[in-house]
Design a protein around this ligand. Sequence first.
Ligand code: SF4
Length: 333
Amino acid sequence: MAITGHSSRDACPGALQVHPAADGPLARVRLPGGDLTGAQLGVLAASGGGVLELTSRANIQVRGVHDPAAFAAAVAAAGLLPAPSHERVRNIVASPLNGSAAFRGLVRALDEAICATPELAGLSGRFLFAVDDGSGDVAGLGADVVLMSRGDRFAVVAGKTDLRLRLPPARAVHQAVEVAQTFLRVSDGAWRIPEGTFPGVPAALPKPRTSGYVGDFGDTTGALVPLGRLTARQAAVLAEAERLRITPWRTVLVPKGTRLPEGLVTDPRDPWLHVTACTGRPGCAKSLTDVQHDAKPIGVPVHWSGCARRCGRPRGEVVDLIATPSGYQRSEP
Ligand code: SF4
């Protein structure tokens, strides 16, 4: 199980380890399962330079953090920094529509178990856990460890390998932590679990979906945040909600009847559901152009990028439009 890895620690931003972006320090706040309160969203909006970005892991990036120390203090006071040593490794996506106490409790239990395991602070900020309620919505998002509901038990998948375990919830959480610990011991600095690291059989994972949860779902409304960019004004309106849930598809779930800010999309047929873009200029110095300005629907799922790194690209069948000195180059999925 020898793995050839990276020699350096990854530079993934966090709430404490900010990234020096072209438009100022950039912070990323992990939201296991995408959950936060309106008050917490308000703190994030008030602590940055005006723009919040929803990420493909249902986290929030805050751009233009002019005073990182004050930002960290505000985030901690808002309850969004429960384990500073583990703040970058609390990457957990979870089936967003499932609000049952048992399911959300399982997500919280996994988060707490990760944070209570000192050595897991050494995971890369890119390492991802997924908890899928059996609907298959997050199991295909390329997580390193997937807990997939099978009735009252959970299958455990590690690096696309089904470990052939079917465990009750508490034991599944324990197993997920154990997989991460074992990986760290053999990883040789690798950031993600490569296929074939663990013994088992190939996992039957669903295809990744490229958009999700816009419109009404029972007592919940899902709204798309176009290109994942939420202005301070929009965030201030959303902060009136008691609770929100960010999804990996740059949508936000709120209780039905919640006031939504102008600019969010609730029509599931809207073509903007199928458009994503990297930050581009002026936020990213590597970008050849203002990608967010250029991005528009093209009739099929598309990701617009300012360079070949394709940051923020959703998994799955998505056309890439990549900026070059002579215009955007199209690459089929
Ligand atoms: S894809 Fe390139 S231009 Fe876009 S944010 Fe990433 S590094 Fe910057």
